[in-house]
Every structure is written in C-alpha cells, then in structure tokens.
Design a protein around this ligand. Structure first.
Ligand SMILES: Nc1ncnc2c1ncn2[C@@H]1O[C@H](COP(=O)(O)OP(=O)(O)OP(=O)(O)O)[C@@H](O)[C@H]1O
Ligand SMILES: [Mg+2]
Length: 245
C-alpha cells in the first residue's frame, strides 16, 4: 500500500517548543509526504498536541524549522498558515455549540468561493450521513461522536490539502471510532488527502496509517510503517492495551 508520492508536504526539523520555561518539544523531526496518512502516537503529556499547535503557529517553535510544500512557515501567524490549504480539527472538537450543524459547516467553508459550497457539503454529508439528518440541530446538543464528525466535516469544508487531526477518537465508542477512521481512509484513497493524525488509540491509528511516529517526553523515539510499529513489542505493551477493538 503506497498511495504516497515522494513530494514532501510537511517537513519538521529539530523543532523545540516551550511554554514559558517548560520545554514541551525537544528537537522533533517528522516528515509527511503528499498522499500519506501519518500517525503520531504517545502517552498523555508527551507533546502531541503541542506539535500539532506548533505546526499551526501557536505556540511558535523557539528553534527548528517547519516547511510546508517547501515554504518556511515556522514563524508565520496562524491565519497565514491556515490559509495555505491546511485544516485542523483540534483536540476537544471545538465546534460552535450555539450554531446549527449547517452553520458550523458554513463557518468552515471558504466564503470567497461559494461555487463549490454545495458540492463540498454533499461530500461531507456522504461521509457522515448522521450530520445530514441533524443539519438543523445545534452543535452543543449533538452527541460526542456527532460533534467529532462535525469538527472533521468543518475542517473538510475548507478544501484542505493537509488535514491535521488531534485525537478524533477521544471518548468515542468503538463503532463510531471505526466509522470516523474509515471516513479518513476513504478521503485519503479517493481524494489523495494528506493526513497527519495524533492518536492515543494506537491500534486503529497505526492500521490506518502509511507511517507512524512514537513520541515520548517531547522527542520522537521510534518511526516506521504503521504495520512495523504495530508489530513492535515496545509499542504493543505501551500503547495497545485495551485498544484493539
Ligand atoms: N498552555 C500550557 N502551558 C504550560 N504547559 C503546557 C501547556 N500546554 C501543554 N503544556 C505541557 O506540555 C506538555 C505536553 O502537552 P501536550 O498537550 O502537547 O501533550 P499531549 O501529548 O497532547 O497529551 P494528551 O495525550 O494528554 O493530549 C505537558 O507536560 C503539558 O502539561
Ligand atoms: Mg493532546
């Protein structure tokens, strides 16, 4: 399975990020090629969300470099980074709870170009039929799984080339996790969408991914294909317990 081309979409080199005096990332190197699904796994507090947020420019890396399609985005403001076909579904699915499903999806769309809106909406509804049924319901009254679908759907409305997902399976039942991961796989196969996925649910995430990285205390300690990592004893004992549903 090698859907990926060799074009380097995201290149993260020696990135160090601090919160005040606390160093959260200690020289991180990660590559994501166009067309790949790359997964980052690690325990609570390892620095996974910090890496995701550093890619988006908040907080910014104190040292190291982040290149997106060859451009140095390390010190660009977040809005500039997000206008470059990068979309993020952050941890904790920050949807607009007082707005309806439709309004949330409209917020994600590129409003300068309304011509593609209906087609994009149909695509999101095809991936997540539940959102179509609930289109008039307020975001805050959706179930956790539905809110996650909405957060991903909203990210997709901006027609990203690179989708950043922070723990899309968090707190969800195994069946919903399967649906969400299968939707991500479908987007990758049919549209060539490149995905960088942070997950604690290592079993599903590594099975889905072309390649993966393991982060411990702000450093990358292992990398390989999803299958290679899944077969390694250190990964199985540390990250798979109870996750193989
Ligand atoms: N705003 C902040 N201020 C100070 N320290 C922070 C802040 N955000 C995160 N940290 C610290 O940085 C470290 C990495 O946190 P991060 O949220 O990146 O971990 P994570 O791998 O995403 O964990 P989880 O799996 O629990 O989401 C942790 O020690 C955390 O306490
Ligand atoms: Mg996190």
């Amino acid at each position: 399975m090698s859907a990926a081309s060799q074009e380097l979409m995201l290149s993260i080199r020696g990135v160090e990020t601090f919160y005040g005096k606390i160093q959260a990332l200690r020289g991180v190197d990660v590559d994501v090629h166009a067309g790949e699904i790359v997964t980052l796994i690690g325990a609570n507090g390892a620095g996974k969300s910090t890496l995701m947020m550093t890619i988006c420019g908040s907080p910014q890396a104190r040292s190291g470099k982040i290149l997106y399609r060859g451009d140095d985005i390390t010190h660009l403001p977040t809005h500039d980074i997000m206008s470059r076909s990068i979309a993020q579904s952050p941890e904790g699915r920050r949807i607009f709870s007082r707005m309806t499903v439709m309004e949330n999806l409209q917020m994600g769309a590129i409003l300068e170009d309304p011509s593609t809106f209906n087609a994009d909406l149909e695509k999101v509804f095809h991936l997540f039929p539940r959102l179509k049924e609930r289109r008039s319901q307020r975001g805050g009254t959706l179930s956790g799984g539905e809110q996650q679908m909405l957060a991903i759907g909203r990210a997709l409305m901006s027609r990203p080339k690179l989708l950043l997902l922070d723990e899309p399976s968090l707190g969800l039942a195994p069946l919903i996790v399967k649906q969400i991961f299968s939707a991500i796989g479908e987007l990758n196969r049919t549209e060539g969408l490149t995905v960088f996925l942070v997950e604690q649910n290592a079993f599903h995430a590594l099975r889905l991914a072309h390649r993966g990285y393991v982060m411990v205390n702000g450093s990358i300690t292992m990398s390989g294909t999803g299958m290679e990592l899944l077969s390694r004893e250190e990964v199985r004992s540390a990250y798979l317990e109870g996750g193989a549903h």
